[in-house]
Structures are given as structure tokens and as C-alpha cells.
Ligand binder design. Structure first.
Ligand code: GDP
Length: 462
């Protein structure tokens, strides 16, 4: 298929969704503000009908991708790019001669949670890949597990784990230095061009064809390499799968509570998550007999409440952990297993409902891309749009003009660059137009997310 074809197919699918967000939100606003009983009923009926139209349109656009003759090609292409990338990663990480190899050192102990540390590691790995240096991970004394990374995951290399070398420097150093140490992303100067949202230019075109959000695909591939479970974790995950009877189809819910609420994110009731779950099941052409949910949270009470309140669903969870976990234990060995289990099963779900303000859910979403050809639409976030923490700026581009119609809306002209702050999931997004410097609302479907391709090494020696 041509790139245009794939882009238009995905654009129609997104527009159907955005149109539905808009209509649903607007009608509900009118319904709320009216006293008339008849009008309320009429609106209710309209919402139902529009929902049916939306469902039919969305299902048919999805079906197109199965019958347009390109399904096999997509599968093959996706497999081949992933293989190429994974081969490059293991080539980079397994130099023939460790004592002379160029190295980049990264310490996992950034003062934050597991998801945040994993993203820190991804950033290190991308700089290593971009500068052709083997990544050496320092993880002894890790706050989650003092024995270090290898007690749960495979080592990042089979041949080279030593940080020693002839010459050392701190980032950026220069070509002559054998070993370079990279600080955390918040303090890195100059900022490496290889960190998100950059995607390797030699893969960009191919990725744009196969995926709705190449950056997430790319981060997912890095996680696939980094988070390879070691033997004991593999057994743990397999046993857990049997024990909790994890089976698809299933929707994953991640509810982040405890220390996050009121500081970095707002509180959302379980009902808000369940509404999205219900909408997902409702959007399917054939409904599964059992409406299954995998529920993960840092607050075990959430799991108990959900099971009591939603009897028509089969809710499964890693209850071993839920029963014993508590806020103070979040960094203990037990909770390291707990968070690995939760992220793993969330990433295996058919659909994710969560708050993208949480790094835990973003890691699960990134890993989910390695399970499906294109899982970029398989989520509902109750707050933020997807972003990669600490990333370089990445404006979206206007594809349709917009003349403000209501208070709070801003003007858009084709090709304007917009720094988007968030999608309100009601048809509108908020952002700042970099041409006019004005901040406000605009219809979400009038901008597009561009790929930021940057020249990375091409690993031609492979
Ligand atoms: P964020 O604070 O949600 O953006 O993500 P972080 O990963 O940086 O920190 C949150 C930490 O809380 C995690 O790393 C876990 O230790 C814990 N946590 C959050 N959600 C869950 C969950 O669903 N299950 C488990 N087991 N732990 C969680």
C-alpha cells in the first residue's frame, strides 16, 4: 500500500472517534442544562442512534484493513522491522571485545518509581544506540531490589557488563573517550538529539506506514529488548497467568492512587474507568460471553470495591500482591514482582483504560505495541494524551483551518505548529499556536502528529 492510503485509512478511523466524542459531549451538555423531560428523552434517543452510526462506521473502517489485500504485507513488514531493530540492539550490546568497546554508563537509581526508572533507562539506551556505545547499566543497590537488574531481567549483554575502560568522561565527552557517563534526563546538557520524540530516519517512512504512532512503537521495541524476563521471572509470569486465569479478550484497567492523587494527578472514581470499559465492549461487533477485566492498582482497596460493585464483569487481579502491598512497601522486593506482573498483564490486554499521567500505564501501552501490529488506538486515557517524560519539544501540525466559533477557541491555519497540552476527549484539544502565541481550544481532528525523524547510525556492519 502507499503511505497515503494507510494514513487516510487511519485518519478516517480517528475522525469517526473524534466526531463521536464531540457529538456525545455536546448532546450531554444540552441534556444536563434542559428542564424539559421530552427534550431529555429525545436527546437520549439521539445519543443512542449516533452511537450506532459510530459503531458501524468504526467497525467497517477496521474491517477494510483486513480485506484490502494488505493485511499479510502489514504483518510481514511489522515483523521484519522489529527483527531488524532487535538485531541491531543485540549487536550494539554484545561487542566482540568488551575491553576496547565504547561504552555509555547509566545508573538506574533515578529517585522515582519503577515506570519512571524504566523510562530513564530507555532514554539511556536510545543515546547509546544513537552514539554507537554499548550501554552499561549500574543497578547494584537498586531501590526496588538491591541485588540489581539481573535478579529479575536478563542482563543487557551476554559479553559486556564491565564499566571499565582506558578513558572516561561525563556526557557529552567526545569520540576519543572510551567510557561516557550519562546523567538523568533532567540534568543532561547538551540535550541528546536521540531522545524521544526522535525516531531513526532510516526507519521512519516504514514505521509511518505500519503504525499510527511510530514513537510509541519505537519505545516499545526498546522495552522489548530491555525488559526480557530472566528465567525466574518467566516462571513467575507463567504461573501467575495460570493462577489468575488470564485469557483474552480482556480489558486492562490501571488505577493509580496513593501518593499520585492530588500531587501529580486528579482522583478518578472506578465508575469513570468502568464507563470506558463498557464503551469498549459495546463497540465490538461480536460481544465476548464473559466480559473480563484485568485490574491493577497501587491501592488494593480499589480491587475489592470493583469486584463488589461490578458483578456482571469477571474481574481478575494479582491479589497476592494486592493483599499485602501498601504504600510503604512500594519499593520492596515483593512490590517489584508486583509491578512487573501488573505491567506485563496490562500490556497483554486487548484494550487499556488508565490515566496516561502515570508512567506505569504508559510503559504498559508501549509494551502493548509489541503484541499487536498497531495498538496505538487500543486505549482510553482519563487524563493526558500519550507523552514521553522529559522529551524534546514536538509540536503537532495543523491540517485544516479553523475559525474560532466559541469563546476560548483559537484560530488555526494549515501548517501552523501547535504545542498541544491535552485532548479533552470531547472533540476539543487545548494547545498553543506557535505562530500566534495564543493558547486555547481547537477541534482535535484538525491537527496531526508528525514523526520526528533524526539520523541515527544505520548499523551497516550487520
Ligand atoms: P507514576 O508515579 O504512576 O507516574 O509511575 P512510577 O512508576 O514512576 O511510580 C509509581 C510506582 O507505584 C510504581 O513504580 C509501583 O511501585 C507503584 N504502582 C503504581 N501502580 C501500580 C500497580 O498497578 N501495581 C503495582 N504493583 N504497583 C503500582
Amino acid at each position: 500500500p502507499t503511505l497515503k492510503y494507510e494514513e487516510i485509512r487511519r485518519k478516517i478511523r480517528n475522525d469517526v472517534q473524534e466526531m463521536w466524542y464531540f457529538i456525545n459531549a455536546e448532546l450531554n451538555k444540552i441534556k444536563k442544562n434542559t428542564q424539559s423531560h421530552n427534550l431529555k428523552n429525545d436527546i437520549e434517543t439521539m445519543i443512542d442512534h449516533f452511537n450506532d452510526y459510530k459503531k458501524s462506521l468504526a467497525i467497517n473502517v477496521d474491517k477494510l484493513s483486513n480485506i484490502d489485500g494488505y493485511a499479510k504485507w502489514r504483518e510481514k513488514e511489522s515483523f521484519e522491522i522489529s527483527e531488524l531493530v532487535q538485531k541491531r540492539f543485540s549487536y550494539l550490546q554484545n561487542p566482540q571485545n568488551c575491553s576496547s568497546a565504547k561504552k555509555l554508563i547509566c545508573n538506574i537509581n533515578k529517585g522515582c518509581g519503577f515506570g519512571c526508572q524504566i523510562h530513564h533507562l530507555v532514554y539511556c539506551f536510545l543515546v547509546a544506540y544513537g552514539t554507537e556505545r554499548t550501554l552499561i547499566l549500574k543497578s547494584k543497590g537498586w531501590r526496588y531490589q538491591k541485588e540489581g537488574w539481573e535478579s529479575v531481567f536478563k542482563p543487557l549483554s551476554d559479553t559486556c557488563l564491565s564499566d571499565s575502560g582506558e578513558t572516561h568522561a561525563n556526557w557529552p565527552g567526545d569520540q576519543s573517550k572510551q567510557v561516557i557517563t550519562l546523567p538523568i534526563v533532567d540534568n543532561v546538557y547538551p540535550k541528546p538529539i536521540f531522545q524521544p520524540p526522535s525516531v531513526p530516519a532510516d526507519l521512519a517512512q516504514r514505521l509511518q506506514k505500519i503504525h499510527g504512532y511510530p514513537l510509541v512503537w519505537w519505545v516499545g521495541q526498546v522495552l522489548k529488548y530491555l525488559m526480557r524476563p530472566n528465567e525466574s521471572t518467566k516462571i513467575l509470569l507463567e504461573n501467575k497467568k495460570q493462577k489468575i486465569k488470564f485469557n483474552n479478550p480482556i480489558v486492562g484497567i490501571h488505577i493509580r492512587r496513593t501518593d499520585k492523587v492530588g500531587t501529580e494527578a486528579a482522583f478518578h472514581d472506578i465508575d469513570e474507568y468502568m464507563l470506558k470499559v463498557q464503551q469498549y465492549f459495546d463497540s465490538l461487533e461480536t460481544k465476548p460471553e464473559i466480559k473480563r477485566i484485568f485490574l491493577a492498582s497501587d491501592d488494593p482497596k480499589v480491587i475489592i470495591t470493583a469486584k463488589k460493585r461490578y458483578l456482571e464483569y469477571e474481574i481478575i487481579a494479582d491479589t497476592d500482591i494486592a493483599q499485602t502491598a501498601s504504600v510503604s512497601r512500594r519499593y520492596s522486593n515483593l512490590s517489584l514482582q508486583g509491578i512487573i506482573i501488573d505491567i506485563h498483564f496490562l500490556s497483554l490486554c486487548d484494550y487499556l483504560v488508565c490515566t496516561f499521567s502515570s508512567q506505569v500505564c504508559r510503559v504498559a501501552y508501549e509494551l502493548m505495541q509489541t503484541q499487536y501490529l498497531d495498538a496505538s488506538n487500543r486505549f482510553a486515557s482519563l487524563d493526558d494524551i500519550y507523552y514521553y517524560g522529559g522529551q524534546n519539544p514536538h509540536p503537532q501540525i495543523v491540517i485544516l483551518d479553523h475559525i474560532p466559533k466559541r469563546e476560548g477557541e483559537i484560530e488555526l491555519r494549515i501548517n501552523d505548529e501547535i504545542e498541544v497540552y491535552g485532548n479533552h476527549w470531547d472533540g476539543y484539544s487545548k494547545g498553543r499556536n506557535l505562530r500566534t502565541s495564543i493558547t486555547g481550544l481547537f477541534p482535535s481532528f484538525k491537527v496531526k502528529n508528525c514523526i520526528k525523524s533524526v539520523d541515527f547510525p544505520k548499523y551497516q556492519a550487520l
